[in-house]
Design a protein around this ligand. Sequence first.
Ligand SMILES: [Zn+2]
Length: 434
Amino acid sequence: MKGRILIPALVLLMAFAGAGLLWTSSGEAPRPNVYLFTVDTLRADHTTVYGYDREVTPWLEQLARRGVVFENCASTSSWTVPGVSSTLFGAYPWQLGIWEATAKNSKRQGLPSEAVSVAEVFRDAGYGTYGVAANAHISPERGYERGFEHFENVGFGPRFAVADALARIQADLAQDERPVFLWVHLFDPHEAYVYSPKHTAILDPDLKARLGEPPLDSLLMKELRKDPRTVSGQGLADLVTLYDGEIHATDAFLERVSRRFGVGDDDVVLFASDHGEEFREHGRLGHHGPLWQETVHVPLVLAVPGMPAGRRTEQVSLVDVATTLVAAAGLAPSEQWVGQDLRGDVSGARFAQLGSKHVAVLESGWKWSRVGDESRLYELPDEHTDRSAEASERAAGLKAAWESRGFPVWEPTAMESDATDEEREQLRAMGYLE
Ligand SMILES: [Zn+2]
């Protein structure tokens, strides 16, 4: 059913009550509903689940109580296109041919035709597939709608735009008798960090009085990034508080979504973010730059019926998401995917990349990083001390893992149209275009 029909939450709750495990029409084994919730720009260490001292993520904590927290999950890059692509397509950025900064040079490249979306596998297995994405980069014309029977991109839209799109999907979902795969990607807590009387004020009641003129929350990070040194002391602390307020609001939003869609213990739920955010730990603000843990270390919490709750420390990656979700539903992962099923033992290094200049290889608490021709080895979480001299074998091993990484490489799809003036302006405002 299409159209803007808003179904009262109570009716929907009744419709979904007890609808956790759904039998397939052929009478095969029941399949769980699968929910993939991703948010933009959320660094792991700003969630309570990952040790943050501000209570900004109560919903995520609740999910973690019945799920598994992957303490060491890496994004495959430091911005949206590669991070989200790896999540949905189970492949690394260089395989998908979109690892060069698509937005920055405004090249119009789509996903390669060989790449298989997690949504395609669910759809082909008889799932109803629904996706709502808030981030203009994740556009249908680039191929992100692949496998989704219903897909909506709300641009760089705020939470209410996502809520609107979800309300439209709920009408269809209510009538769908198949098991369901739903992906929701929220643009928040991406900048600009908007002050909220409900979500920011509780973190610092005095912040509103200090926002200044123009107010700190109306400044785009692009302006602040021009000279990050201008943001320090109380100003930097206030910026972080605004970011945390967005995280709190986003967490509350997902709590509402989970309630309205009747997400429960019988469902597979995975929460992650596409990359993190820098607050001058290495001098910079924002993301879409060097692969420091501020931008690479992302939260990943997985809840699967019957799987004991707990915490895991192996190095994992967003590239593991597609394989895990499909396997958790009892289906066979695509042979194109390079990720591992996170329900079982996982091993090996994980990679991150920004263009051809920045590379990072992570394994067992170590990180080998190359910027241009210069490489370093870090023993995490310390990313200031180069340990490549004292742990030269470790450095050589991680470097070798990168050089022998293998995996098929595909050509991105050429797109017919160039970016429109409006799109360019939007990208410029977000700091993606010079
Ligand atoms: Zn992003």
